[in-house]
Design a protein around this ligand. Structure first.
Ligand code: ATP
Ligand code: MG
Length: 449
């Protein structure tokens, strides 16, 4: 067999059940292996799935000259199939048979088996510690669980792009290296930029605002970096940030768009990939419930609700993980919290004239306690208002002059939001920890491998 040029059948195709009695070739990696003197069981995997393959040792007993050349061939094949390690790469040929006991209901009865690369015994066995699995992440990524999660992550991004394509939003890349902070100084990664200080971006939003002045409706999709000092199940130091920004949008239109986007995402992922969702532990029916409208609760009301639940939070404080959990743990659908206090929100958020002291902000909280997945707002679009706010907060004008310029020349009302891709995947797949939503999670104590 030739592992590159022969024609191989993807395992998922065989599991569809249209190959019964037919001869197929499969190539991939050994997922599991066990054997006795009489029988070899090799579960093979490729990128599409796993399938059980079996081989009888017909030569057990029939040794010697009378067995002849064909027998020695068969012996060689049995020896190859029983000498592999988990994760050895192999190719095989055989007849597809129905077998209720096999995973997926089908098995291949091997007639030919060749090792492509045997390698060494695989270091990951059952019941390894989380730390060990993170140390060997580059190998653990071959596991069925992570393979399925990353397929779903891919489909999530695909559906989100599709949504914005249909709405004719264009996307442009923001810079990753910046001179100024966007979301405040505490979580900045500083670097040396040819002798001057610079930072890894915390958000591409401000650059997204630039693009609205030429393209109107846009999104930026890029990594954001935050030196998050605490260990939580929903913070990464490096995450993927989807940030749409729209000219001539107000707060209501902004929330309407977020709602429509999440409904489109949940409905489509549930309809297109129900089995994958089921396999990773999310009932697709939960996601089909995400439709209609999401409740919109002013910050003030949210605080009252928290207090009625005996949470120790005062008016004036931002909601934290505990409050977000309690507010959403029994919900089926996300909720918006809007009109937060100007005092603890970012400087660029526009004040609500009808409710001074609050801004036209919105956070979107996922149901079942998964917490914040989106933060959005109307942006200040008046130059004087922006300068006053920056002065109040002592922001260095020199670093932000370009941002102020956007207001100086032909400014228009605009709004936008930032969605954390990993937060959305964590919620949609019902995962306990955000680190499983990104192949190589970066956290306070880990940036290897
Ligand atoms: P939190 O209060 O949960 O830390 P935040 O208010 O700092 O969130 P924003 O600055 O509004 O978040 O960022 C927009 C979105 O980016 C969030 O709604 C979230 O989905 C995502 N996000 C923010 N910080 C992180 C992080 N450290 N890891 C993963 N995603 C993040
Ligand atoms: Mg944060």
């Amino acid at each position: 067999m030739d592992c590159i040029n022969d024609k191989f059948t993807p395992i998922a195709k065989i599991l569809e059940g249209k190959h019964e009695g037919k001869k197929v070739k499969v190539r991939g990696w050994v997922h599991r292996e066990r054997h006795s003197a009489k029988m070899a069981f090799v579960v093979m995997r490729d990128s599409t799935g796993i399938i059980q393959c079996t081989l009888k040792n017909e030569e057990s007993g029939a040794e010697g000259a009378k067995a002849g050349k064909a027998a020695s061939e068969k012996k060689k094949i049995f020896e190859a199939a029983t000498s592999v390690y988990v994760e050895s790469s192999c190719m095989l040929e055989g007849i597809v048979k129905k077998d209720e006991r096999a995973p997926g209901g089908w098995e291949i009865q091997i007639s030919n088996f060749e090792i492509i690369y045997k390698g060494e015994p695989f270091p990951i066995a059952k019941d390894q510690s989380t730390e060990f699995l993170l140390d060997t992440r580059h190998l653990w990524l071959r596991s069925q669980k992570l393979t399925k999660i990353f397929k779903l992550r891919h489909y999530t991004m695909q559906i989100l792009r599709e949504f914005f394509d249909k709405k004719e939003f264009l996307s442009l890349p923001p810079p990753i290296i910046t001179k100024s902070a966007c979301e405040g100084g505490a979580t900045l990664f500083e670097m040396d930029y040819f002798g001057s200080p610079a930072y890894l971006t915390q958000s591409g939003q401000m650059y997204g605002e630039v693009f609205t002045t030429s393209l109107e409706n846009i999104y930026v999709l890029a990594p954001s970096f935050r030196a998050e000092p605490s260990r939580t199940v929903r913070h990464l130091a490096e995450y993927w940030h989807l940030e749409p920004e729209m000219a001539f949008y107000n707060q209501k239109m902004n929330m309407d768009l977020q709602e429509e986007m999440l409904i489109y995402l949940c409905q489509n992922i549930a309809k297109r990939h129900p089995q994958l969702l089921q396999d990773v532990g999310r009932n697709p029916k939960d996601l089909l419930k995400i439709k209609g409208t999401f409740e919109r609760i002013p910050y003030k009301k949210a605080i009252e609700k928290c207090q009625s639940l005996d949470l120790k939070i005062e008016y004036g404080q931002d909601l934290g993980a505990d409050e977000e959990f309690e507010l959403t743990k029994n919900l089926d659908k996300p909720i918006f919290i809007h009109n937060h206090l100007k005092a603890f929100k970012a400087f660029y958020m526009r004040e609500d004239e009808s409710e001074p002291g609050t801004v036209l902000s919105n956070d979107l909280l996922a149901p079942q306690g998964h917490g914040e997945i989106i933060g959005g707002s109307e942006r200040i679009w008046d130059e004087k208002e922006l300068l006053e706010r920056m002065k109040e907060l002592n922001l260095p004008l020199a670093d932000y002059q370009w941002y102020v310029d956007l207001r100086k020349y032909g400014s228009v009302p605009h709004a936008g939001f930032g969605l954390g891709i990993e937060r959305v995947v964590k919620w949609m797949l019902n995962l306990e920890h955000i680190r499983d939503t990104i192949p190589f999670p970066r956290t306070i104590n880990r940036y290897y491998p």
